[in-house]
Design a protein around this ligand. Structure first.
Ligand code: BG6
Length: 154
């Protein structure tokens, strides 16, 4: 497990140092997918616009959160923020420092990440709904175009 955690630490350090310029973008994308927004904003909104998408969204979020809870109980994984303080693999107090954010200040088990699972659920439903809406719109447009061209004898 230490091997996994150490590589996780390296990835976090890489992201925090080398992708600092993308901080606002990554933070924004992460917030959009936050399951809190799903329950407060997206679900009520989508349910008004399209009940099928709204229902799909709430089910995906609830089942995703449920799976996350079960996996957290089973894995009971450390969070890198406290793992670096507790592990013995960094000699002479040379444990790496991370930047903390409001969403990383969680106290429960960290693995698997509820934020990552919740965000992927939200993004999946929104992207598939947007794609099927676009494809449906394009189909209707091509049918109209076809009829229009047929009516003119083209
Ligand atoms: O398990 P993680 O990755 O710390 O994420 C959990 C958090 O993920 C966030 O997206 C939710 O809004 C929080 O309510 C939740 O506690």
């Amino acid at each position: 497990m230490d091997f996994l955690h150490r590589n996780g630490v390296l990835i976090i350090q890489h992201l925090q140092k080398d992708y600092r310029a993308y901080y606002n973008f990554l933070h924004f994308m992460s917030n959009i997918g936050d399951s809190r927004n799903m329950f407060f904003i997206y679900f009520p909104l989508w349910f008004q616009l399209n009940q099928t998408v709204g229902t799909k969204m709430i089910w995906v979020a609830v089942i995703g959160d449920w799976f996350n809870l079960i996996f957290k109980w089973i894995l009971f994984g450390h969070r890198p923020y406290w793992w670096v303080q507790e592990t013995q693999i960094y000699p002479n107090h040379s444990s790496p420092c991370f930047e903390q954010f409001p969403t990383t200040c969680e106290t429960g088990p960290g693995s698997p990440s509820g934020h990552a699972m919740g965000s992927s659920c939200v993004w999946y439903v929104m992207v598939t709904a947007a794609l099927s809406h676009t494809i449906c719109g394009m189909d209707k447009f091509s049918i109209t175009l076809h009829r229009h061209a047929g009516g003119r004898g083209l």
